[in-house]
Design a protein around this ligand. Structure first.
Ligand SMILES: [Zn+2]
Length: 253
């Protein structure tokens, strides 16, 4: 069982990070921890060294929380990323968010930044872990120009079934479902028609807990797996086996 996307480096865990991680080690095989800017990318790398062979790093640049960055900061982030390209499992989270960003110019800027990170994934043949919200089809179409990205992951996939079908047709694209599946009717309906062969599981901790007040943690990925098993009427162990196998392949664990 693997949590393929979370932020265990965030300050939300400053008081009990080690306990949270130890707790998850009883159940999980691995945690993939994603950076959102240059400082967090450094923190993610540090944690992966502290918990070697359990916490794995990806370096990213969050489309919403990092959108005010200057070009100089973006360049620095990318230089740092390339310097560490052999230490990370994927580039992400990077992407576009049309839910939070409505302004046309800002959306165009998001696209330019996103594309510059895709270029790196393509040049270095590294998996791409994407945060894409309310523009899944657009992101999919942008990626059509690239041939060398080994795997593409739509983290917290919330697109249409039509886009999901195009994603499945690619063969090396995956959709990640979070603990949100436990309460989101939309995601519960969506996953019914998506093959387990293209599904990954995650928590996006500290976000997306069962209630808004709660802090999520990686061990809760088990709840997502249980819910997927229930919806698809498949044994929990089988859902775990297939989604874990997918994650091992995508992230080369
Ligand atoms: Zn995230």
């Amino acid at each position: 069982m693997i949590d393929t996307h979370c932020h265990i480096n965030f300050e939300d865990y400053n008081n009990d990070r080690d306990e949270v991680i130890k707790r998850s080690q009883n159940t999980l095989d691995a945690i993939i921890n994603s950076g959102t800017n240059i400082e967090e990318n450094n923190n993610v790398l540090k944690l992966s060294k502290e918990y070697e062979n359990f916490i794995y790093p990806t370096f990213g640049f969050h489309p919403v929380t990092s959108q005010d960055s200057t070009q100089n900061e973006i360049n620095k982030t990318q230089k740092h990323l390339i310097e560490n390209i052999d230490n990370i499992l994927a580039i992400g989270e990077v992407g576009m968010d049309y839910f939070y960003v409505k302004d046309k110019k800002l959306r165009q800027r998001q696209k330019e930044i996103f594309t510059s990170f895709i270029d790196i994934a393509n040049d270095y043949k590294v998996p791409l872990l994407m945060h894409v919200r309310d523009c899944e089809k657009k992101a999919f179409n942008i990626l059509e120009d690239y041939d060398n990205i080994p795997y593409v992951i739509f983290h917290c996939f919330s697109g249409s079934l039509k886009t999901a079908k195009r994603i499945m047709d690619k063969g090396n694209y995956y959709m990640s479902f979070s603990t949100m599946i436990c309460y989101s009717k939309r995601h519960q309906d969506l996953i019914k028609d998506i093959s387990l062969d293209y599904i990954l599981t995650e928590t996006d901790s500290p976000y997306l807990a069962m209630t808004k007040e709660e802090r999520n943690e990686p061990i809760n990925v088990e709840k997502a797996i249980e819910k997927i098993a229930e919806i698809k009427n498949i044994e929990k162990n089988e859902v775990d086996r297939i989604t874990t196998k997918n994650a091992v392949k995508v992230f080369n664990l």
